[in-house]
Write a protein that binds this ligand. Structure first.
Ligand code: NAD
Ligand code: ZN
Length: 354
């Protein structure tokens, strides 16, 4: 088992990664809790809820709440129902919420924990590869019909308990989605890590040790950034590499048609192209393109309306005064946030989606 400690100005917590550690979950909690509510989704419940529940003593009050699988559960209604359940189960400031699942459950249950009685303890028990990213850093949120993650908070967990064994039941599309963020963590940090990720031919059949190594490094990259800039005033923006176009593409195609990570993968290629225009550098775009193709990331898009796509990039949370701010790559591990003008983006997008 491996552990990483995350320490910011205001808090500290451990991320534990290992095999089968879901069965020993109570031993990773910072203290004993009388009342515990496990929040999970319908798919994860079938696979892992029993393992986690039975890890607790019989005399502890452990409740479960199962929400429908999928992004739609990050809604005000599901959020409010969970709060109601907390009240009915008499959770108080000495209780614990366990978020068992992917980024959806993590964001949702984390936001419940952040707001119920002005904040109670919670732990993240991620079960997706993508959640190596979402479970670390303390951002929790639900969606508003007007946009993703518009209602949220910075609220760090007491611990992250990551059982890699659970990742082997993920559908291939979710493996691709999560691995895009692993690639991102490589691109924004160091070449050796990035190359070691790309050196693995197929991400769908990785050994436990390689997967663990990639996730550990990814978490360390995120931890290093979050420790320096928890509230995203500066370098935390680098974590949005690939996300300006990624978010726009997700919205343009319709959520569900493409996963978050698959969209970010395309967004990273696009951001590399924009970087080459802005800095006049040469980046290994073809190599990433070939690797994505080999791993069956969706690469062909018909009839993309590039004008609408660029407009969507303007309303991204990270934009300022409708001007598009993009995280650009000078070279692997070296980034810069720049304002990029719409005409240039449209020109590159027209070529990119031809
Ligand atoms: P998700 O939680 O919806 O999980 C993807 C699918 O996989 C779901 O259908 C789920 O039921 C299923 N699943 C989960 N674990 C499984 C397992 N072990 N075996 C089989 N199936 C399993 O999606 P996600 O990709 O993990 O997370 C996406 C969410 O994360 C988005 O809402 C995004 O906004 C959020 N996010 C948050 C942050 C952050 O910093 N808070 C960062 C990135 C993404
Ligand atoms: Zn992302």
């Amino acid at each position: 088992m491996n552990s990483i400690t995350i320490e910011t100005n205001t808090n500290q917590y451990d991320v534990h990664i290992g095999e089968k550690i879901r069965h020993k979950l109570p031993s990773f909690l910072p203290k004993e809790y009388q009342t515990i509510m496990i929040v999970t989704d319908s798919s994860v419940a079938d696979l892992y809820l029993e393992d986690v529940k039975t890890a607790f003593e019989e005399d502890q009050s452990v409740f479960t709440s199962i929400v429908p699988a999928g992004e739609a559960s990050k809604s005000k209604d599901v959020y409010f129902d969970l709060i109601t359940e907390c009240i009915q189960r008499q959770l108080d400031r000495h209780s614990l919420i366990i978020a068992l699942g992917g980024g959806v459950v993590g964001d949702l249950a984390g936001f419940v924990a952040a707001t119920y009685m002005r904040g109670i303890d919670y732990v993240q028990v991620p079960t997706t590869i993508l959640a190596h990213d979402s479970s670390v850093g303390g951002k929790v949120a639900i969606n508003h019909p007007e946009g993703k993650n518009l209602i949220g908070s910075f609220y760090p967990p007491e611990a992250v308990i990551y059982d890699v064994e659970t990742l082997y039941t993920l559908p291939e599309q979710e493996v691709r989605s999560g691995y895009a963020e692993v690639v991102k963590h490589g691109l924004i940090s160091d070449e050796a890590y990035y190359e070691s990720v790309l050196a693995q031919g197929g991400i769908h059949k990785l050994s436990n040790s390689i997967l663990t190594e990639h996730l550990l490094k990814g978490i360390q990259v995120k931890a290093d950034i979050v420790e320096k800039d928890e509230k995203e005033n500066g370098i935390r923006q680098y974590l949005n590499f690939g996300h300006t176009l990624g978010h726009a593409l997700e919205a343009e195609l319709g959520y569900g048609r493409i996963t978050h990570g698959e969209a970010v993968a395309i967004g990273m290629l696009f951001a590399m192209k924009v970087s080459e225009f802005v800095f006049g550098n040469t980046l290994p775009i073809n190599k990433l393109h070939d690797w994505l193709k080999k791993n069956h990331y969706p690469m062909e898009f018909q009839d993309i309306d590039t004008v609408r796509l660029v407009n969507r990039m303007k309303i991204d949370k990270k934009s300022r005064n409708q001007r598009i701010q993009m995280v650009l790559l000078k070279k692997i591990g070296q980034l810069e946030v720049r304002e990029v003008n719409d005409e240039l983006l449209l020109e590159i997008a027209n070529d990119f989606f031809r």
